[in-house]
Design a binder for this molecule. Structure first.
Ligand SMILES: [Zn+2]
Length: 780
C-alpha cells in the first residue's frame, strides 16, 4: 500500500488518494461534465491501482502522479476533463512560479547592490541601497506581482508581461493617480491642513515659499507621479506683496524715529497706515499708489513733520522696503530650492518630483519672484551644486517676454542665462497654436507642463473648465511601436491593423484602472482631495468617492520608439527620409485621432503622450531582441528611442532636429518635449543657446530644452565642463578618490551621478551626439 509521495520541493509527504479525487472533481466542474464525486473517486482508485502495480518506480513524485491522472481520464473517455485538469495544473504551477519569482526578487533586493541590479536602478532618484529605499522596493515589487496575478485582467497582464504594452507605475495600480497641477493661490487662501494641524494663511514670502514646499511634499504622498505648481509666480507674488507692506511700515517707523519728534513711532506707523489702507482701499506696494503715498505724507505733516521731512521719510521707507523685500525674496527662493532637493517623501526614500511653471506674471512682485528664483538657481546649492529639483519651466510668450519691448523680456534673457549654466529652466511656448487656443489672458488658462513632459489642458468632460489648476494625469500605458512594425514585415496596412488592436487594448486597460481609482474615497487622498488641491474636490465630503472629479483628469496612451518603428517599416527613420517623416506623422496622427474619438464617445479625456521612457527604453528592446533577434537600426541598441525623437545617435543639426520633431508636439496633447544637445559650455555661447530656443518657438513646439554637460569638482568646487582633469585645481578623478559630479538629464529629470542609471539609459546617454547650431554671418 502506497504511503508517501515526493513533493516539488523534494520533501516527502503522506499520500492521500482523496486529493486526486478533489482535483478531478474540480476539473469535472470546470468543464461542466455531468459527473459526480463517485466518478472522481473511481478515477482516483484507478490511479492508485496503477501506482500499486508499479506504474512508477520507487516513491512517486507529484508530477508523476498527475501524469497518471491525465492518462486515466483520457482512457476513461473524459477527454474534456483531462484538458481541464491540464489547465488546472498549469494554473497551479503559474501561481507557484509567481511565488518563486517573488522570492527571487526579494532576494535580489536584499542581497544585491544597486550597482549590480538594473531592477534596483529602475528609478534613478531612489537610492535603493538605503534602508527606506529597500523597504520601498519590497513593497513595490510585491505589489506589482500581486496586481499582475490577481488584479489586472489577464489579457492586459499578459500584454504587459510580454512587452506589447507597458503599464506605467504598476506598483500603484490600486492606490493612486499620477500627477497634479497645484494652484498655490487656491491652496494658500485660508490656509490648509497637512494632517498634523492646520497651517494658517502665511504672511510673508519666506513662509509662502516654505508652505509651497510642504504642499508639494504632502501632495506627493497621495500620488505616484510629478507635482507641478502651475502658478508659481502669481502664487508667490502674494507673499512678496505682504512682505513689502510689512517692511514699508517698519521703515516708516524708523524714519519717524530718526527725523521727527513724534512719540511712539511704531504705534503711530501701525495705526496711521491701517487708517490710510482703510480710507484708500489699497496698501503700500512696490508699485506705490500715488494717493496712498500722498496720504502718508499728509499724515506725517499733520503729526508735526515739515513737508520735506515727511517726503524724505516716505522715500526712505520705499527704498529700503524695496531693497529688503528683494533680498528676502532671494533668500526664500534659495531656501525653497534647497528644501526641494533635500526634503523627502514616499516613505523617506526620495525627494518629490517637483516642477514649477512661471514667466508670465508682469506685476513687480511676480517679476521679483521670477528674477530671484532664477538667480538662486544659477547660484546653485550650498557648495555650488546644480539643483536637481524643482524642474523649472519658463513660459515664453510674445507680448509678455519674447521681444525686447515686452515687459518680462529681461527675465526671458535671464532664464536663458540660467539654463545655459544649470540645465533649468526648460521653456514652454504659449504661442504654439495648440497651447494658444486655450489661453484667455488669465493665469489658469496658461499651459503648464509637468517636469517629465505631461500636459493636461483640453477637457472633453467639462468643456467650460479647460484650465490647468487642480488637474492631472490619472494613469498612462505605452505601446511598443517597433514590435508592431517588426510583426508587420513592411506591410503598412497590417501595421495599422495591429496598432488599432493595441490602441483598443490600452484603452480597455486604462478604463479598468480608472474603475479602481474612481471608487477611492476622498479620505484615501487626504491632501490631494481632502485639502481641495484637485479640481472640485472641495465640494466633496471625506466619504464621497472620487469618480466624478477624477473625470477632469486624463487617461493617456503613450508610445515609444517611433524611429525604430519607421526603420522596421521603411528601412529609414524620420531623420533620414521625408517619406519616413510623412509616415511617422501619419502613425502618430492616427493614434491621436483614435484618442480623440474615444474621448468624444465617452465624454472623458483620453490623450496621447510621447512617453517619458524612464525604466522602459531598455525593457521593450530586450524582450524584442530575444524574440526577433538583432535587427539593424531596430533592435541592435540597448534602448528604443524616446517617443517621436530623432535617434540621439543620429548626426543632425539642431535646426533640422527641431523642424522634424515640432509637428509631433501638436499631435501629442498628453505631453511632449524635445531636446537639443549642445557641445561645450553654452554660457560662453548664449547666442547659439538663444537661437535654439527661438527656433523651437518659431517651429511651433510646445516644450523644449537644451542639454549640455554640467560637471562639478566636489573637492575644489569648480563648476563647468571637466574632461579628465579639473581645469581649476588640476586633479584627476583618481586623486582624493572622489569622482567628479556629472549632471545629466534622463527622461526629463536631472540626475547627479551616472551610477544610478540603468544600463539602457547609460547606453543612451553615452551615444548622444551633439547638435550643431550654424550661426548666421551677422551673428559672428
Ligand atoms: Zn578641481
Amino acid at each position: 500500500m502506497l504511503k508517501t509521495i515526493i513533493k516539488r520541493d523534494g520533501r516527502t509527504a503522506e499520500f492521500h488518494p482523496q486529493k486526486i479525487a478533489d482535483a478531478v472533481e474540480k476539473s469535472f466542474q470546470a468543464c461542466a461534465a455531468m459527473q459526480d464525486r463517485a466518478t472522481a473517486e473511481q478515477i482516483a482508485a484507478t490511479v492508485v491501482e496503477k501506482l500499486e502495480s508499479g506504474a512508477i518506480e520507487g516513491t512517486p513524485t507529484v508530477e508523476g502522479v498527475q501524469d497518471l491522472v491525465e492518462e486515466t481520464l483520457i482512457e476513461s473517455g473524459f477527454v474534456q476533463t483531462a484538458k481541464a485538469y491540464i489547465l488546472y495544473r498549469a494554473e497551479r504551477s503559474r501561481v507557484r512560479d509567481v511565488n518563486s519569482r517573488l522570492i527571487q526578487t526579494l532576494k535580489d533586493i536584499t542581497f544585491s547592490k544597486a550597482a549590480d541590479s538594473d531592477m534596483k536602478r529602475e528609478n534613478a532618484n531612489i537610492d535603493a541601497d538605503t534602508a527606506m529605499g529597500t523597504m520601498l522596493k519590497y513593497g513595490s515589487e510585491s505589489a506589482k506581482q500581486f496586481y499582475e496575478m490577481c488584479v489586472i485582467d489577464p489579457r492586459y497582464a499578459k500584454a504587459h508581461r510580454e512587452g506589447d504594452i507597458h503599464i506605467h507605475d504598476m506598483d500603484f495600480y490600486t492606490l493612486t493617480t499620477t500627477c497634479c497641477q497645484i494652484e498655490l493661490r487656491k491652496l494658500f487662501k485660508g490656509g490648509f491642513s497637512t494632517g498634523h494641524g492646520v497651517l494658517r494663511e502665511p504672511n510673508d514670502i519666506s513662509s509662502y515659499a516654505a508652505l509651497a514646499c510642504i504642499a508639494i511634499q504632502s501632495n506627493q504622498n497621495d500620488q505616484h507621479g510629478g507635482q507641478s505648481v502651475c502658478d508659481f509666480d502669481y502664487g508667490l507674488a502674494v507673499g512678496v506683496r505682504k512682505t513689502y507692506r510689512r517692511l514699508f511700515k517698519k521703515h516708516i517707523a524708523e524714519g519717524i524715529d530718526l527725523l521727527t519728534d513724534i512719540a511712539d513711532d511704531r504705534d503711530f506707523a501701525e495705526k496711521t497706515l491701517a487708517r490710510i489702507e482703510e480710507e484708500t482701499g489699497t496698501i503700500a506696494s512696490l508699485e506705490m499708489d500715488a494717493d496712498f503715498r500722498a496720504a502718508v505724507v499728509a499724515a506725517l505733516v499733520e503729526a508735526g513733520a515739515d513737508e520735506a521731512t515727511a517726503d524724505r521719510i516716505v522715500a526712505y521707507a520705499e527704498k529700503n522696503a524695496s531693497r529688503d523685500t528683494d533680498r528676502q525674496t532671494f533668500q526664500a527662493m534659495e531656501a525653497l530650492v534647497h528644501n526641494l532637493n533635500t526634503m523627502h517623501s514616499r516613505a523617506g526614500a526620495q525627494t518629490p518630483f517637483s516642477s514649477v511653471n512661471y514667466g508670465m506674471d508682469t506685476s513687480p512682485e511676480g517679476r521679483m519672484v521670477i528674477k530671484n528664483m532664477l538667480l538662486a538657481t544659477e547660484e546653485g546649492l550650498g557648495s555650488g551644486e546644480t539643483p536637481i529639483f524643482p524642474v523649472q519651466i519658463f513660459r515664453v510668450k510674445e507680448g509678455v517676454n519674447y521681444n525686447p519691448e515686452d515687459p518680462n523680456y529681461d527675465l526671458f534673457k535671464l532664464a536663458m542665462h540660467c539654463s545655459a549654466k544649470r540645465l533649468f529652466p526648460n521653456f514652454s511656448f504659449l504661442d504654439a497654436p495648440f497651447n494658444a487656443q486655450y489661453y484667455k489672458g488669465t493665469p489658469e488658462t496658461e499651459i503648464a507642463y509637468m517636469g517629465c513632459r505631461t500636459r493636461v489642458m483640453g477637457n472633453v468632460y467639462d468643456p467650460d473648465r479647460e484650465v490647468t489648476p487642480g488637474r492631472g494625469n490619472l494613469s498612462f500605458t505605452s505601446i511598443n511601436l517597433p514590435r508592431l512594425a517588426i510583426r508587420a514585415k513592411g506591410d503598412i496596412d497590417l501595421f495599422f491593423d495591429l496598432l488599432d488592436s493595441k490602441l483598443q487594448l490600452v484603452t480597455g486597460q486604462l478604463d479598468e484602472r480608472f474603475e479602481i481609482q474612481a471608487r477611492k474615497h476622498v479620505y484615501n487622498a487626504p491632501f490631494l482631495m481632502g485639502q481641495g488641491v484637485w479640481i472640485d474636490s472641495e465640494k466633496l465630503s471625506p466619504t464621497d468617492v472620487q469618480r466624478d472629479v477624477l473625470k477632469h483628469g486624463t487617461l493617456t496612451t503613450g508610445f515609444i520608439g517611433l524611429a525604430e518603428c519607421l526603420v522596421a517599416l521603411t528601412g529609414q527613420h524620420h531623420g533620414q527620409s521625408p517619406e519616413a517623416q510623412r509616415l511617422g506623422l501619419e502613425i502618430v496622427g492616427h493614434m491621436r485621432s483614435y484618442c480623440d474619438r474615444v474621448s468624444q464617445e465617452r465624454g472623458m479625456n483620453y490623450s496621447l503622450i510621447a512617453t517619458p521612457a524612464e525604466g522602459l527604453s531598455g525593457r521593450f528592446v530586450r524582450i524584442d531582441r530575444e524574440r526577433y533577434g538583432v535587427i539593424p537600426g531596430v533592435t541592435d541598441r540597448d534602448y528604443y528611442t524616446n517617443g517621436f525623437h530623432v535617434p540621439v545617435y543620429y548626426d543632425i543639426s539642431a535646426y533640422d532636429k527641431i523642424a522634424l520633431e515640432a509637428p509631433y508636439h501638436a499631435l501629442t496633447n498628453g505631453g511632449h518635449i524635445s531636446y537639443i544637445e549642445l557641445d561645450g559650455d553654452p554660457s560662453d555661447n548664449l547666442e547659439a543657446f538663444e537661437s535654439v530656443i527661438r527656433y523651437m518657438k518659431d517651429c511651433g513646439m510646445g516644450y523644449g530644452s537644451v542639454n549640455h554637460p554640467v560637471d562639478r569638482d566636489p573637492v575644489c568646487g569648480y563648476n563647468g565642463i571637466i574632461e579628465d582633469v579639473c581645469p581649476k585645481c588640476g586633479r584627476s578623478e583618481d586623486a582624493h578618490n572622489q569622482p567628479f559630479e556629472r549632471i545629466r538629464r534622463i527622461t526629463g529629470y536631472l540626475v547627479g551621478t551616472l551610477d544610478r542609471f540603468n544600463d539602457a539609459k547609460r547606453a543612451e546617454e553615452s551615444q548622444r551626439v551633439k547638435h550643431a547650431v550654424p550661426m548666421p554671418e551677422s551673428a559672428e
